[in-house]
Design a binder for this molecule. Structure first.
Ligand code: UTP
Length: 294
């Protein structure tokens, strides 16, 4: 029997950051949603770190108006670093340097109008070229022992094709999520037969929701380039994914950890509690604060 070809490695990741962040107005009137802070670093940094841990080498931001802060965050802050160095603040200096990307690794493209997540991903098509790539939604944090994308890349390197991360949700709540259709939801790598947006609990084909981490083959762009409008009049990533299913291998894995939807106020507060409780410097303090309020 011949061995299957080794999948082409995933070295590029797309971070769509051009959305309006309307659920977070007025906070996001002038500041990008992706700069909202969870514990000690902005959302975008958490997600870039997840991608770095997975071996990503090129970081493609699809940005828009009023999003300049995002690129600045990853710049070298020469004066700040000099000041911290001269004052012997080594630990802080380390933290500042963690938020830098090596020269030439941050690539920017623009989405002139927020026409939808699918359109934002399409804006990176020329930069991706004919390679597999990852997409990470920066308003979703994946907290676990290991980077979620790293777990995905490890599986991808064995199975290839397209791969998404999914998470178990209570059946009563399926109508809040995109749910996958899969025959056996106990398999470690689950072939995806379809995607259903926000199904009622009795109609949901599984209880596994799509959580904002994807590895795609470049053929996805063929479907995105049709610019078909879907739910809410937006060009949806889910619609292009649905078209790819059945034509190329399309699998899902459960992420070993928990997702936080930081694009909603409640998810954002929960994430701050969770990350605060994992921060050795403040975890005891966070517990005491919580006790005072509940
Ligand atoms: P969301 O739908 O969660 O973000 O998209 P949003 O549209 O900014 O937020 P609300 O719903 O108005 O509150 C997930 C990610 O995709 C990006 C967003 O910036 C966010 O990081 N996105 C969304 C784009 O880059 N372009 C779009 O047209 C839509």
């Amino acid at each position: 029997m011949s061995t299957p070809p080794t999948p082409r490695p995933v070295k590029k990741a797309v971070f769509p950051v051009a959305g309006l962040g309307s659920r977070f107005l007025p906070a996001t009137k002038a500041m990008p949603k992706e700069m909202l802070t969870i514990c000690d670093r902005p959302l975008i940094q958490h997600v870039v770190e997840e991608a770095r841990a997975a071996g990503i080498e090129e970081f493609i931001f699809v940005t828009g108006r009023h999003k300049e802060l995002l690129e600045e965050h990853f710049d070298l802050q020469f004066e700040l670093e000099q000041t911290l160095e001269s004052r012997g603040k080594t630990a802080l200096l380390e933290k500042v340097r963690e938020a830098e990307l090596p020269a030439g690794r941050l690539i920017l493209t623009r989405q002139a109008k927020p026409l939808g997540l699918g359109h934002a991903v399409w804006c990176a098509a020329r930069i991706i070229g004919n390679e597999p790539f990852a997409v990470l939604l920066p308003d979703v944090l994946m907290k676990g022992q290991q980077s979620c994308l790293k777990q995905m890349v490890e599986t991808y390197n064995k199975v290839g094709g397209n791969l998404i991360a999914v998470e178990e949700v209570p059946r009563a709540e399926t109508k809040n999520y995109g749910i996958i259709d899969t025959k056996d939801q106990t398999l470690p790598v689950m072939p995806v037969a379809g995607l259903v947006e926000k199904p009622e609990p009795d109609k949901a084909p599984s209880t596994l929701s799509v959580v904002g981490r994807y590895i795609f083959q470049p053929e996805l762009f063929e479907y995105l380039s049709a610019f078909e409008k879907g739910a809410g009049g937006e060009i949806q990533l889910t619609d292009a994914m649905a078209k790819l299913i059945g034509k190329q291998p399309f699998n899902a894995i459960r992420f070993d950890g928990k997702s936080y939807d930081c694009g909603s106020r409640l998810g954002f507060i929960e994430a701050n509690i969770a990350y605060g409780l994992s921060d050795p410097e403040i975890s005891q303090g966070v517990k005491e604060v919580l006790k005072r309020y509940v």
